[in-house]
Design a protein around this ligand. Sequence first.
Ligand code: CA
Length: 147
Amino acid sequence: MTPKPLRSSAAVEDYLERILELINTKGYARVVDIASSLGISQASVTNMVQRLDTEGLLKYEKYRGLVLTTAGELLARNITHRHQLLTDFLKLLGLDDEVIYHDVEGMEHHISAPTLRAIEALTAQIQKQPALLKRVKAELESFGHLT
Ligand code: CA
C-alpha cells in the first residue's frame, strides 16, 4: 500500500508555511513580505497567492493582505509540524544548521505520516537516552567528514 500523500505541491506547502510564519511573527503576511522572505518576485507571489485563493486555502485582497482559511491553516500547520520534527531529529544528531535546513526543506515535502511518526518516536527515545545518543554521535564521527 502506498501511503497517502498529506499534501499538495511542495511550492504550495512552502508558501503556506511561510505565510503562517509571517502571521505568527508579524501579525500579518503581505505579498511584499512573502516575496522578500522566499527570495522571489512580487509578481510571482501575487500569481501564487491568487491560485491559493482560488483553491480555497487563503483569502487575498489586494492592498489589505491575506488570511489563511481553515483548510489553508491546517496545511500550513501540518508542514510546519513536519519541518519542526525533522529539524529536532537532525539537530539531536549534531548536524550543521545549514545542512539541516537544506535537507529538511526537501524532506518535509516527501515524508509520509508513518515515517514521520517513526522519526518522532525515535527522537523522543534518543532524547531520553544520552548514552545512546553519545554512541550514535561517536559512530557518526568514525565515518569521518564526508561531504
Ligand atoms: Ca519549507
